[in-house]
Design a protein around this ligand. Sequence first.
Ligand code: ADP
Length: 246
Amino acid sequence: MLEIRNLHKAFGSLEVLKGIDVDLEKGKVLVIIGPSGSGKTTLLRCMNLLELPDQGSMKLSDRKLEFKSGRKLPTREVTELRKRTGMVFQSYNLFPHKTVIENIMEGPVIVQKKDRAAARAHAQELLTKVGLADRGDYYPHQLSGGQQQRVGIARAMAMEPDVLLFDEPTSALDPELVGEVLRVIKQLAQEGRTMVIVTHEMKFAADVADHVILMDGGYIIEQGPPQQVINNPQSPRAQQFMNRIA
Ligand code: ADP
């Protein structure tokens, strides 16, 4: 489903990704962990072209892109690739002046030109799935952070993407609200959704991941099943990281 080769990204003279390879099969969950500043979010943002890589290639479902520094991608290519991904942001990014159900319908109606009634019915289904069936007419500020993030997840799913991307989905939440969001993500994993998740929640990562990538300094320093990377890391640098956060 997703195949990334030799991905490089710099911000000015700061090299943030230094040659990243990723493979992800349909229906699997990839979790990206690593110290702050190691490039996790940048890698995730490259996956839906919120950041344009400088070098390397990416294949997502049926689309393949090659990146070269200084070369802009055709807008159509970017749009086609974005359609195949759905992003859940750290800070929810809901439209404050729209109701919950309107937030979820926005993409399907405006971008996909879906019929409003069909979009509303689908949005309602998704709200039920994230446990908020009775909150469609609320405004975001009337919801808790955990509820807003669950709306964020429903909104990402409304576009029916091939891959869901989560950028530290619980790091803006009060501790008591983290569980409800992680439970929704876990349920999606069990349904066989293809997902990439950047997180600092190690117990959750160990629980939900099929494959874990540990990044440091713009490189993947270890990868494998969670039992290895999280519970029994092989390389000294990976051991050091896991010991530090344990
Ligand atoms: P992580 O998610 O692992 O904490 P990031 O991918 O957010 O790491 O950031 C990696 C590095 O890239 C950091 O040094 C960060 O300051 C820098 N960085 C991220 N985005 C930008 C940007 N838009 N412009 C300049 N520097 C950036």
